[in-house]
Design a binder for this molecule. Structure first.
Ligand code: 5RP
Length: 240
């Protein structure tokens, strides 16, 4: 089985947690796309749900799949969000934003009763940071914001400090759906994710960052030995 098969297996498992009448947040990325397509097939078979997309790209796919969509402002609190991740640690802290949708993803996840993270087993890591941390920033004064981040990173027990402005293949600056830039921070290891998240939350110019802490209700992981569900330690919240 390939990595893509593992992603799809996790997505199909997540579909079991969707029930009639739910308002569902739709994540962004190749794993989330599997879920959106599977949800579209279930809608075709009669399941009634309302979707809230986390990106322009997911919105287009959901429309193609026949999923009724509403704006997050009209939807209010969501029942469930299903999304992918770039890294997942044993406490279900995440790095997200590889696909550049972190701002909308975090807004949608934080407005959901439950958040299921779907991924292939390679995304599970003992410690966050091998994947460069995406930080979404205002284009205004982006070099200043980048410098302020760089000058502070060593306070958070990181293994390296290298920051790159995300670029498209033609080398133009990558611009998010919200019109912002992304800094990819290669840190190798993030020893203090909570501290780093708190710092970035308050830094002017930072619109959002890819550390998702205390947001995941469970991770559904597809791998060579099947699909496994990982819950945060001590979590009592029923998944259904
Ligand atoms: C997009 C994300 C994605 O969930 C993350 O990049 C994982 O992508 P994929 O499922 O393609 O591996 O955070 O902003």
């Amino acid at each position: 089985m390939s990595t893509d098969d593992y992603k799809r297996a996790a997505a199909l498992k997540a579909l079991e947690y969707v029930t009639d009448g739910m308002k569902v947040g739709l994540g962004t990325g190749s794993t989330a796309d599997h879920f959106t397509r599977a949800l579209g097939e279930a809608v075709e078979d009669g399941l009634r749900v309302i979707g809230v997309s986390t990106s322009v790209r997911t919105e287009a796919l959901a429309r193609e799949c026949g999923i009724p969509l509403v704006d997050i402002d009209a939807a209010g609190q969501l029942d469930l969000t299903v999304d992918g991740a770039d890294e997942i640690d044993p406490d279900l802290r995440l790095i997200k934003g590889g696909g550049g949708a972190l701002l909308r993803e975090k807004i949608v996840a934080s407005g959901s009763n439950r958040v299921l993270i779907i991924a292939d087993e390679a995304k599970m890591v003992p410690q966050l940071g091998a994947f460069p941390l995406p930080v979404e920033i205002s284009p205004f004064a982006w070099k200043t914001t980048s410098r302020r981040i760089r000058d502070s990173l060593s306070r958070f027990d990181v293994g390296n400090v290298a920051i790159a402005l995300r670029r498209n293949k033609n080398m133009s600056s990558f611009v998010t759906d919200g019109g912002h830039y992304i800094l990819d921070c290669d840190l190798r290891r993030i020893g203090d994710p909570q501290g780093l998240a708190a710092f970035l939350d308050t830094l002017p110019g930072v619109m959002e960052h890819g550390l998702f802490i205390d947001l995941a209700s469970a991770a559904i992981i597809g791998g060579a030995s099947g699909v496994h569900i990982i819950r945060p330690e001590g979590s009592q919240l029923p998944l259904l």
